[in-house]
Design a protein around this ligand. Structure first.
Ligand code: NAP
Length: 311
């Protein structure tokens, strides 16, 4: 073990919660590593533009914000390790983290910030056609369907936000929601009003995704009130039916999870395992936003600092 593999704090995940945890830990004088498979940003970069992150009167590009957070953390000495964490061992006071490329790291405290990922719809055709018309990220993949007819399923902020985004680049957008009212905030639903190329399908469920020539060609739907079946022509289906916690790493690590699989923690981010903290979408909480992830990160780093100082 050397200084390159031994840290005071290991943060797993480089979304806004992870980057804020790392920033606060490094500023508290702790040697800090942040592990991430890809680049910085996490789920935040599935959105094109953030309009509700405080401090930006005109909103901010999610990519710009992610890279600014990463650069800020780096300025205070945070070591970003681009590698997939494959296992953790929290048995001993010194926590052990192993990565896909064979790295073995230790840390006195760990902050879990792996976030959440899109929930699959679970209908026939979905998994087979993922990447061939079925997408979980409109801002990533929408451009492939420029000028085409597409569908979005879901009724939350993500689904309505996706429909708004796609309405600017696609010829027609079908927004399919299982109930008769959106869960999304009024600021999103109001923006839908008056958009002539967005067709709303309320009380409608997706039954299957059809393909032709190996790519999505249409969506089988059913009206839940009348049981009437229908077919929606679409070259893509954007699935936006919520998220599930990315807890695979800690399922067998002695960490308490709630029924939905989120990591149980108190207000400071402390889990049931001493020295292990959680921040962001992965933790139990009422509101999952970039702004709440950032607050969680600051709290978790502070709690981890106190834990290390007192142990
Ligand atoms: P969400 O708020 O959990 O909404 C999921 C939607 O998918 C709901 O409308 C739900 O229907 C529907 N749904 C769930 N399972 C389904 C199924 N099997 N079949 C059909 N429909 C299904 O998820 P989200 O929109 O991804 O948002 C996740 C979190 O991120 C939320 O806290 C949200 O506020 C936040 N977010 C915030 C912003 C922003 O503030 N700018 C943007 C995006 C996301 P029901 O309504 O019937 O339950």
């Amino acid at each position: 073990m050397d200084d390159a593999t031994r840290f005071d704090i290991a943060v797993i995940g480089q979304g806004p919660a992870g980057m804020t945890s790392a920033l606060y830990a490094a500023r508290a004088g702790l040697s800090t590593a942040v592990f991430e498979r890809m680049g910085p940003g996490g789920q935040m970069t599935d959105t094109e533009h953030l309009d509700n992150y405080p401090g930006f009167a005109e909103g901010v590009s999610a990519f710009d914000l992610a890279f600014a957070m990463s650069a800020q953390a780096a300025r205070f000495g945070v070591v970003a390790i681009t590698d997939e964490v494959t296992s953790v061992d929290f048995q001993a006071p010194l926590k052990v983290i192993r990565t896909a490329s064979g790295g073995v790291y230790t840390a006195r405290a760990v902050i879990l910030a792996m976030g959440a990922e899109p929930r699959p719809l679970g209908v026939p055709g979905e998994s087979e056609l993922a990447g061939r018309g079925v997408s979980y990220c409109a801002t990533c993949d929408g451009g492939f369907f420029r000028g085409k007819e597409v569908a979005v399923v879901g009724g939350g902020n993500t689904a309505v936000g996706d429909a708004l985004y796609l309405s600017r680049i696609c010829s027609r957008v079908h927004l399919i929601h299982r109930r008769d009212a959106f869960r999304a905030d009024a600021v999103y639903t109001r923006a839908l009003e008056g958009l002539s190329n967005v067709e709303l399908h309320f009380d409608t469920v997706v039954e299957a995704v059809r393909s032709e020539g190996g790519v999505v060609s249409a969506i089988d739907v059913k009206n839940t009130l009348t049981d009437e079946k229908g077919v929606v022509d679409a070259a893509a289906l954007f699935v936006a039916v919520g998220t599930v916690p990315k807890n695979a790493l800690v399922r067998d690590a002695g960490i308490d999870l709630d029924q939905a699989g989120y990591v149980v923690a108190d207000e400071t981010g402390a889990t049931n395992v001493p020295g292990v903290f959680v921040a962001g979408d992965l933790r139990t909480k009422p509101l999952r936003q970039v702004s709440t992830a950032v607050g969680d990160g600051a709290n978790a780093a502070h709690a981890a600092f106190e834990y290390i100082s007192l142990s």
